[in-house]
Design a binder for this molecule. Structure first.
Ligand SMILES: O=C(O)CCC(=O)C(=O)O
Length: 265
């Protein structure tokens, strides 16, 4: 699905864009799936914009098993194979789906963070950020290239900035990247429907609000590499996988119905 050069760029930068990966039929499935999620949010859904925000930022997680449109794309599109190739892994196990919708004029930003410290995973994982709408650069996420090779950074809640996962002081803080952006290799792309940004679970990234007149509907699909193992956390991970700590031992392969093998099929 991707050339060796792209695989090498991904290993070096922890982020690449793959243009035109999704078919229009798959984009229609995702748009329909997002519509169903928004119409019937799960208990994990959160509004991440303040009440006086002129727009709205909503996220929801782990809907693939009940919303067929999301399950199909997660398990049967070219995304899983591309994920395996980029990770240079013989397999890609599906980890979870994450819907992120920013309505027009949303001011709420997504702060700089890594995803992996919120999770219950040791080893490698990759996210596929799939917009169904055109995303101009002003609304596009930003990635600190190479940061996946550095330390894990303290995860904080997006709005209150609380340390609800690793305790305060146990991991390095995310630096104040916006204070001097010239110190960092920051990547961002203008995206058309069909384009997908793949990034490592440990890549530091952020996203602006949505300063456009158009919706920014995104489905993120997350996959585990063959070396990924269960990390038993004493706190509620984001997302949460209820009951998993009773079923899997620390360090076990994530071989569980929550996480179907997506590649090879
Ligand atoms: O889409 C956004 O606003 C943030 C995306 C993000 O943080 C993620 O996909 O991990």
């Amino acid at each position: 699905m991707v050339s060796d050069d792209v695989v090498s760029a991904y290993a070096r930068d922890g982020v690449v864009v793959v243009r035109g990966l999704m078919t229009s039929a798959e984009l229609e499935l995702i748009a329909a799936g997002i519509g169903k999620v928004l119409a019937n949010r799960s208990s994990a859904a959160q509004v991440l914009s303040l009440p006086d925000d002129p727009g709205l930022f909503v996220e929801d997680f782990c809907r693939w098993a009940e919303i067929d449109e999301i399950g199909k794309v997660a398990l049967r599109s070219g995304v899983a194979r591309t994920a395996a190739e980029l990770m240079d892994s013989p397999t890609a196990r599906f980890y979870h789906d994450h819907m992120l919708v920013k309505e027009p004029a949303t001011e709420a930003t997504t702060p700089w963070h890594q995803d992996q410290p919120y999770y219950n995973v040791h080893g490698r994982g990759i996210s596929a950020w799939i917009p169904v709408d055109r995303v101009p650069k002003v609304g596009s996420p930003e990635f600190w290239a190479g940061s996946h090779l550095g330390p894990w950074r303290l995860p904080r809640s997006f709005l209150e900035r609380e340390a609800k996962w690793f305790p305060e002081g146990t991991l390095a803080e995310v630096p104040d990247i916006d204070a001097d952006r010239s110190l960092y290799d920051i990547r961002r792309w203008e995206l058309e429907p069909g384009d997908v940004v793949f990034f490592d679970f440990a890549t530091v990234h952020s996203a602006p609000g949505n300063p456009t007149e158009h919706r920014r509907r995104v489905l993120t699909l997350r996959y585990l590499g063959a070396d990924a193992r269960f990390a038993h956390r004493p706190w509620k991970t984001s997302p949460e996988f209820p009951g998993l700590t009773r079923e899997l031992a620390e360090g076990a392969e994530l071989d569980h119905p929550y996480f179907p093998l997506a590649w090879p099929r």
